[in-house]
Design a protein around this ligand. Structure first.
Ligand code: ZN
Length: 54
């Protein structure tokens, strides 16, 4: 009996596909996250911790 495997290509999990930014507080690069999909252009901090640091 043959089983058909369906390949779901919803989101390619390739490294380097996600855009990155440099945190203005700690200077570390961070990757795009789902929570920022609406305001990614405004994101300047890698986390809430850095956001409050300044
Ligand atoms: Zn940071």
């Amino acid at each position: 009996m043959k089983k058909q495997v369906e390949k779901t290509k919803t989101f390619p999990k390739k490294k380097g596909m996600l855009p990155t930014k440099i945190c203005v507080v700690c200077g570390r690069p961070f990757e795009w996250r789902k929570r920022w999909e609406r305001n990614w252009e405004e994101v300047r901090y890698c986390s809430d911790r850095c956001r409050r640091a300044r």
